[in-house]
Design a protein around this ligand. Structure first.
Ligand code: ADP
Length: 923
C-alpha cells in the first residue's frame, strides 16, 4: 500500500468488513476468535456471539488444523513474512466445511485475517484432479476446456504433442492450438458442438499447430464433460501425421501397383486362398483370350487338368509359402474347362503374405513362351531329324558297308578306308594303294571300262557310277559298285573321291533270278527232256558250279546217270565212266540215297574227305578213281515229282577252283532241282499222255474192229439168209442149220455184249460207280460152276483143263463180279494159252483164298507185267489177238474193291500164272 494514498475511513473499512463474500477475522494470540466480521454469519451460518472466544481449532478441518496453527504461530512469532496466504476448511453451522482462502498478517500480537470462500473452486479442482489422474495415464493427448474455449486441463502427452512445457497451456484459449484460420475454426467448432449435441461425440481430424509452428494432424474424439456442474469439452487427440503420411504412401503404392498390375505387359493373376481367381490383368486376358466372365470360373486348386499338366505340386508349394519357378508348360484351356486359346507359358508363383507373415493370396506371373517353344520345338525337331538323318547315314554307311576312297590322278597312292579294304578282301591298311595292285584285283574285261570312266570324270569333272567284278586276294569273287567324282582343289589339282559298295549279293540276286528264269525256259524248251536237262546242266556249270550230274531213279530202284556236265570235258567223260563202271547201288549213307530218301539237301564241302568214310564199303579201286576225278565239294538235291521220286541232281566244284558251294549255291541248287523235277515230271507226264493217247487210239481202232468183227459176221449171216429167202430156198433153213445159225449169232451177240459191258464197267470205274453187292458163297462150288459153263468153249479150242480145289470155303463177295474176274482169267488163259493145258488151283489159308490160273502161253515180258493191268494196255500189239486191254484192268479193280489182290507171275516162253486173292471173312 502506498504511503501517499488516502487512509481508509472508519465507514469505508466497515463497508469492506460487511462484504458478504469476505470473511474478516481477528485471532487472539491464544488462538481464539477475538473478532469476526458479519459475513461470518453469512458464509458459515454461525451466531457470531457464540464464536467469540472460541478456539479456532474447533472451527478448522482436522486435516488443515496443523497447517493453520503453524501459519498463525509463524505470524505471531514474527519469524516469517508479514503476510501469509493459506487455505483451509472451516466448519459451518450445518457441520459441513467450506474452503476459505486466507490472507493474514500479525499486528500487535493479534492476527488479522481476510478470508474468501473458495469452496467451489477447490471442489472443481479436486474433481478435475481425479479426472486428471486417469487422463494423465492415457498415452493420447487430452485437453479439457470450457465452452468459451479456455483450457482447464491438459495432460503431459498433449503438452508433448504440441511442444509446450508443463502448465504452459492451462488457462489459455484452445484457439491457439488450431492451425485453421479463425473463421474456419469457428465454423468447425459449431459443427463439433452440434454433433456432440446429437450423437454425444464428435470424431474427426484436426489440423494443429505446434509451439514451434509445425503443422500436424490429429485424430480427435470430442465429448462433453460435466465438471462441477459446468459443461466442458474433453478432446482426446492422437498425432496421425505419420500414419497419414504412411497411409498416403500406401495409397500411392497401391495405386502404383494397381497401374503396374493393370498395365503390365506380363500376364498376371491373383488367387485367393481357396484357389479362386481374384484378379487378372489385361495382359493375362489378352494372352488366353478369355472373357472376363470366364476368368472367374477358374479355380487353380480344384482343376484336374493342373495335375495332368504337372503344375499342381508347384501350386501347392507356392500356397505353402515357397515361391515357385514353374518351367514351361502347356496351359491347355480346354482341359481347364475354359473357352480361350491355349498357350505355352512359364510361371512365377509367389505367395502374398501380410505383415504377420500369414499367406493371404497367391500371385502368378506368366510368360508366354509359345513362340519360343514352337521355335525350339521346331529346332528340336530339326535337330532330331538331322540326328536321325546322320544316324541313318552312319548306319547306312556301316550297314550298307559303303567304303570311301580318294586318289589324286597321276599319283600311285589310292587311299581306301577300312570298309573299302574289307570289301576288296584286305585287312585295314593292308592294301598298298598302288594303281597296278588295284588293277590286279579287277577282272581284265572290266578294267578298261573303269579307267575310261575315270578319265572322262577327270576331264569333264563329272560324277560316274560303274559296276565291276573283282577277285579278292582270298580268291573270292565280288561285284563292286564304284561311284566317283572329280573336282578341282584350291591349288588347281584334280582330286577324285568316291565310294565303293559290295553289291555282289544284290547283283547275284538279280543274276540268279535271271539265271533261274533262263533255266525254266531251257527246261521247258523242248519235249526232249534229256536234251533240256543237259542244256540246263551245261549253263548251271558255267554259272555257279564246276559241274552237274543228274541221276534218275528207275522203277527197279536203280540209279541211272542221265546227265553229266563239266567245265572240263575230260572230267565229264571220267564222271560218266565212273558211274557206268560202278553203278550206285542202294546204301543208306550214300549221299545220293540220303538226299533221295530224306529229301534233305546234302552239302558236302569236301568229297574226297567224305568218301574216306566209304573205305571198306566200296572197292578201293572205285575210291581211288573217285579221288582222281578231283571233286571239290558237292551239293546233292532230290528230284521229286508230285507222287514219285525222280532221282537226284548234283552240283559240284573241283579241287582248286574258285567256286564256293555256299548258302547261295545251295539255294540255287534247290531252285534248280525244283525246276528240274517239274521238267522231268512234266516230260514224263507228256510221254505218258502221249502213250495214253496212243493206247486210246489203238483201243478205239481195236474196239471198233472188235465190234465190227461180230457185227460183220452177223450182217453177213443175215444177208445170206435174206438171199436164200429171196431165192425161195428155205430148204437150207432146216432146224439143225437154223440152230447152228442161232448159236453163232448168240456168240457174236455175247461178244458184242461183253465188249459193251467192259466199256460200261470202265466208265463206271472212272466215275466210282462200280458197285459191289456182297453176299456169302462157297468158293469151290462157285469155281466148279463157272468151269462147267466154260467147258464147251474150252473143248472148242482144244484146251485141257485140270482143277485142284481146296476144301469148302466161304467167301463174302459179289458173286457176279467175281465170276467176271474168273471168266476173264480163263478167257485170257484160253486166248493166250496157245491151246495148251490150263491148270486151275484153289488154295486157302486162314486169311485168304487164292485162285491160280496157270497157262503155258508165251508168257509176259517183265516190263509189261504191271502195264497190262492198266487201262487199254495190251502186251501184244496190234491185232494179233483180239481184246480191248480192259479185262485185267477191270478185274483188278473188282478184286481190289473186295480188299483182295490180283497179279501175275510169268516168264517169257514159260507161260503165266494169274492169281486172284480174296480175303476170308470169318464173321
Ligand atoms: P485183252 O485180253 O482184251 O487185250 P486184258 O486186259 O485181259 O485185255 O489183257 C491185257 C493184255 O495182257 C493182253 O492184251 C495181253 O497182252 C496180256 N495178257 C493177258 N493174259 C495173258 C496171258 N495169259 N498170257 C499172256 N499175255 C496175257
Amino acid at each position: 500500500m502506498s504511503k501517499s494514498s488516502k487512509p481508509w475511513s472508519k465507514e469505508e473499512l466497515q463497508a469492506i468488513v460487511n462484504l458478504p463474500t469476505q470473511l474478516v477475522v481477528i485471532i487472539a494470540a491464544d488462538g481464539t476468535f477475538d473478532n469476526i466480521g458479519p459475513s461470518g454469519d453469512t458464509l458459515l451460518g454461525w451466531d457470531l456471539d457464540l464464536i467469540y472466544g472460541q478456539k479456532i481449532e474447533n472451527f478448522t478441518h482436522p486435516d488443515d488444523y496443523q497447517q493453520t496453527i503453524s501459519n498463525i504461530q509463524s505470524l505471531l512469532s514474527g519469524k516469517s513474512e508479514v503476510v501469509k496466504e493459506f487455505t483451509n476448511r472451516c466448519l459451518t453451522s450445518d457441520q459441513t466445511y467450506r474452503w476459505i482462502s486466507w490472507t493474514a498478517r500479525a499486528h500487535d500480537g493479534r492476527i488479522f485475517a481476510l478470508g474468501t470462500d473458495v469452496t467451489q473452486k477447490i471442489e472443481f479442482e479436486e474433481e478435475l484432479n481425479i479426472q486428471a489422474l486417469v487422463l494423465e495415464s492415457i498415452t493420447e493427448g487430452v485437453i479439457i476446456c470450457n465452452v468459451p474455449g479456455k483450457i482447464v486441463y491438459i495432460n503431459s502427452a498433449e503438452e508433448n504433442l504440441f511442444g509446450y512445457g508443463p502448465e504452459e497451456l492451462l488457462g489459455k484459449q484452445m484457439q491457439m492450438l488450431n492451425a485453421l484460420p479463425p473463421e474456419e475454426s469457428r465454423i468447425g467448432l459449431i459443427d463439433v458442438f452440434e454433433t456432440i449435441k446429437q450423437k454425444g461425440v464428435w470424431i474427426g481430424e484436426w489440423l494443429n499447430v505446434k509451439k514451434n509452428g509445425t503443422l500436424f494432424t490429429t485424430s480427435c474424439r470430442v465429448t462433453n464433460l460435466d465438471l462441477n456442474g459446468e459443461r466442458h469439452l474433453v478432446i482426446v487427440q492422437r498425432d496421425i501425421t505419420e500414419l497419414k503420411a504412411r497411409q498416403q504412401e500406401q495409397d500411392e503404392l497401391q495405386n502404383r501397383f494397381r497401374i503396374f498390375f493393370e498395365q503390365s505387359i506380363l500376364p498376371m493373376e491373383i488367387y485367393d486362398l481357396e484357389g479362386n481367381h481374384l484378379a487378372v490383368n489385361q495382359a493375362w486376358m489378352d494372352l488366353f483370350q478369355v472373357s472376363h466372365d470366364e476368368v472367374f470360373k477358374f479355380n487353380i486348386l480344384n482343376n484336374p487338368s493342373l495335375e495332368e499338366m504337372g503344375i499342381l505340386p508347384y501350386v501347392r508349394k507356392a500356397y505353402a509359402g515357397e515361391a515357385q519357378n514353374v518351367p514351361a508348360f502347356y496351359a491347355d484351356l480346354k482341359k481347364a474347362g475354359l473357352k480361350g486359346r491355349s498357350r505355352w507359358v512359364e510361371a512365377w508363383m509367389s505367395p502374398i503374405q501380410d505383415e504377420q507373415k500369414n499367406i493371404r493370396e497367391l500371385a502368378v506371373i506368366l510368360k508366354d513362351v509359345t513362340e519360343s517353344k514352337e521355335t525350339s520345338e521346331k529346332l528340336r525337331q530339326t535337330i532330331a531329324e538331322r540326328e536321325v538323318a546322320e544316324t541313318r547315314l552312319t548306319m547306312a554307311v556301316s550297314a550298307g558297308r559303303i567304303g570311301i576312297w580318294d586318289w589324286i590322278p597321276g599319283t600311285d597312292k589310292i587311299n581306301w578306308d577300312s570298309t573299302l579294304c574289307e570289301i576288296y578282301g584286305f585287312r585295314p591298311g593292308e592294301f598298298s594303294g598302288r594303281v597296278s595292285d588295284f588293277n590286279e584285283l579287277m577282272l581284265p574285261s572290266d578294267r578298261d571300262h573303269l579307267w575310261k570312266m575315270v578319265d572322262r570324270a577327270i576331264h569333264e569333272l563329272k560324277p560316274y557310277v560303274i559296276e565291276y567284278r573283282v577277285i579278292r586276294p582270298d580268291g573270292k569273287f565280288r561285284w563292286v559298285q564304284e561311284s566317283g567324282m572329280a573336282f578341282l582343289e584350291e591349288d588347281g589339282m584334280v582330286r577324285l573321291m568316291g565310294t565303293g559298295i559290295d553289291i555282289t549279293d544284290k547283283k547275284l540276286a538279280v543274276l540268279d533270278q535271271e539265271f533261274l528264269s533262263e533255266m525254266s525256259e531251257v527246261l521247258t524248251n523242248s519235249f526232249n527232256y534229256l536234251e533240256n536237262l543237259q542244256k540246263m546242266a551245261n549253263i548251271a556249270t558255267n554259272y555257279f558250279c564246276d559241274g552237274c550230274l543228274i541221276d534218275q531213279l528207275n522203277p527197279d530202284g536203280n540209279i541211272k546217270r542221265i546227265v553229266v556236265a563239266s567245265k572240263d570235258p575230260g572230267m565229264k567223260e571220267r564222271m560218266q565212266r565212273l558211274h557206268e563202271q560202278y553203278p550206285q547201288r542202294y546204301s543208306h549213307d550214300h549221299p545220293l540215297f540220303v538226299a533221295l530218301i530224306t529229301g534233305k539237301t546234302m552239302v558236302i564241302p569236301d568229297v574226297i574227305d567224305y568218301s574216306k568214310s566209304y573205305r571198306g564199303k566200296y572197292s578201293a579201286k572205285y575210291l581211288t578213281e573217285l579221288e582222281e576225278v578231283k571233286l571239290g565239294g558237292a551239293i546233292v538235291v532230290r528230284l521229286k515229282g508230285k507222287d514219285s521220286l525222280l532221282g537226284t541232281i548234283t552240283f559240284f566244284s573241283t579241287v582248286g577252283s574258285h567256286i564256293v558251294l555256299d548258302a547261295r549255291a545251295k539255294w540255287l541248287a534247290e531252285e534248280l532241282a525244283y525246276r528240274t523235277s517239274m521238267s522231268i515230271e512234266n516230260s514224263l507226264l507228256y510221254l505218258h499222255s502221249q502213250e495214253a493217247i496212243k493206247s486210246r487210239d489203238e483201243f478205239l481202232s481195236i474196239a471198233s474192229h472188235e465190234l465190227k468183227t461180230p457185227l460183220t459176221s452177223l450182217t453177213l449171216q443175215n444177208q445170206m439168209r435174206k438171199r436164200q429167202l429171196d431165192k425161195d430156198n428155205v430148204k437150207g433153213l432146216d432146224e439143225k442149220s437154223l440152230r447152228k445159225m442161232i448159236d453163232a449169232d448168240e456168240r457174236q451177240l455175247r461178244r458184242i455184249n461183253r465188249l459193251i459191258d467192259d466199256m460200261l464197267d470202265i466208265a463206271r470205274i472212272r466215275s466210282d460207280r462200280l458197285f459191289i453187292h456182297k453176299e456169302k458163297f462157297e468158293f469151290c462150288n462157285f469155281v466148279t460152276d463157272v468151269l462147267e459153263r466154260f467147258t464147251p468153249q474150252m473143248q472148242a479150242v482144244g484146251c485141257k483143263l485140270t482143277v485142284e480145289l481146296c476144301p469148302e470155303i466161304i467167301v463174302y463177295g459179289d458173286v457176279y463180279r467175281i465170276e467176271q474176274v474168273v471168266v476173264n482169267m480163263l478167257t485170257n488163259a484160253m486166248k493166250y494159252g496157245a491151246g495148251k493145258p490150263i491148270r486151275i488151283e484153289v488154295v486157302s489159308n486162314p486169311v485168304k483164298v487164292s485162285l491160280m490160273v496157270h497157262d503155258q502161253g508165251p508168257g509176259i515180258d517183265a516190263k509189261d507185267i504191271e502195264r497190262i493191268f492198266q487201262r487199254f494196255e495190251r502186251a501184244v500189239s496190234g491185232r494179233e489177238i483180239s481184246g480191248l486191254g480192259l479185262g485185267l484192268y477191270i478185274s483188278r479193280q473188282i478184286v481190289e474193291q473186295h480188299d483182295g489182290a490180283m497179279f501175275v507171275t510169268s516168264k517169257m516162253g514159260e507161260g503165266s500164272t494169274f492169281i486172284m486173292e480174296l480175303p476170308l471173312n470169318h464173321d
